[in-house]
Write a protein that binds this ligand. Sequence first.
Ligand code: PLP
Length: 417
Amino acid sequence: MTKQPITRADKVKRVTYDMRGPIAEAAAKLEAEGQKILKLNIGNVSPFGIMPPPNMVGFMVKNLPAAAAYSEARGLKSAREAIAAWHVKHGVNGVTANDVYLGNGDSELIDIALKSLINPGDEVLVPAPDYPVWNGCTIMAGGNPIHYLCDEANEWQPSLADIEAKINERTKAIVIINPNNPTGALYGKEVLLQILELCRKHNLVVFSDEIYSEVVYDEAKHISTGSLADDLPIVTFNGISKSWRACGYRGGWMTFSGDKEVIKDWIAAVTLLTGMRLCSNVMAQFAMQSAVTDEANSPAALIAPGGEFCLRRDAAYAAFNAIDGINVVKAKAAFYMFPKVDIARFGIKSDKDFVYSLLLAKKVLITHGTSFAYPIHDHFRLVFLPDVETIKGVASAMNEFLRELESGKAKLLSVPN
Ligand code: PLP
């Protein structure tokens, strides 16, 4: 008797995470066959030689014996106090240790925050291009992500008109990703204030994902959304994966600020769900405590002119902007850019096929723009973490590939199912 297949839950059918999807699997297969692949599909810092700060690592190692026990569900009080003080220093008023929740990376906390808030049919405004964890977690929570456009012609700042047009009685929250993945944009005070005004008018919760807050170039300053309003419920997400270069330690935090009274029932549900996962990885909690208290951990030298993050950003911008058929907005922050390809000229109909064919031809793995919910097939995300020479090599491989497409020497192939 043939067995009836056991299939995934319906809600998962709408969830995608293509950065680690079929094209990444094809790349892994090529690697298993002995080919060398340059993997620029995820923002994983240390494989590119930029390591976690030694003081942070030292503090974590020193405290390893104390990390064997479960901590309080929210996290170690000492770490939460340090993080609360750090937020206050960045202008977010009234934050105490009780407002801070520690997690196994931001990803886990995004999931908990949405699961505990969203009812079936609730809508969450998410940027396009997005960071797909927000999209996926909204769907898994039973809600519907609704994408608002960020405007390439305006350095990828959020379109206020589009946000306003998409708010209705089902809208419960808005997600702001600043600094932004995948565009490298940094939002100005004015645009943040205007978004907050819409939230005030429509009674929306603000989710501010600030995981790249310390990676900002050209002496620009990151403004924490929570520092701009004391009267709205604002939840800020940050962690040690990016600014503190420790993606694998799995340490993130989520902080409630502003009007906490109006959301006290939801906060109680957050406490309940964080309790159900007992606590987050305690070693990383020590790392987080050190991250925000010891100035020596800061990436200031890496983002300054001549620092490695900055050099790599500059090299990537110059090399990709010089390619005939590509236009790119220079990243102001983070380690991504979202270049545009002249798809009509190169006969590209599917950005997935473009990225897959580039992988096969040039052994470089990037991520197609539609996997970030960008509506048109004409962008890709560039992770500019490799050293300058490698970045130049990637740009030159991309240039060659486009010329080969133009001349008919290279063909676009479809990703196998
Ligand atoms: N938010 C954004 C915008 C990200 O780019 C990432 C990871 O790339 C995350 C959250 C998740 O980070 P974590 O490693 O803390 O789970």
